[in-house]
Design a protein. Sequence first.
Length: 98
Amino acid sequence: MKLSYCMNTFMIITTLFPSVAISLRLGAALSLKLPVLDKRLDRKPFNCRPCLTFHLIGMSVSLTALLSRSSELFWTGIPVAFTVFLIVKHIDNKKIIK
């Protein structure tokens, strides 16, 4: 049982880290480019970096949890998505726009 617990923890970490990293990059790039492509995409969550990042993390973690049939991954990924959302929102609120 202890080995299974370690494997679940390893799977969760190796899934969440790339998901967060990729979502942060995509959220930063797509939140600027999507509203330019079409005026219908000029609203939240598409033009909001924290919102888009949250949704990208949530979708990728949910899809991975569904495919691997891991409820632990899903229930760990959602709080991670909220935490990343709050961090990115805090960073965006500190920016000075001229």
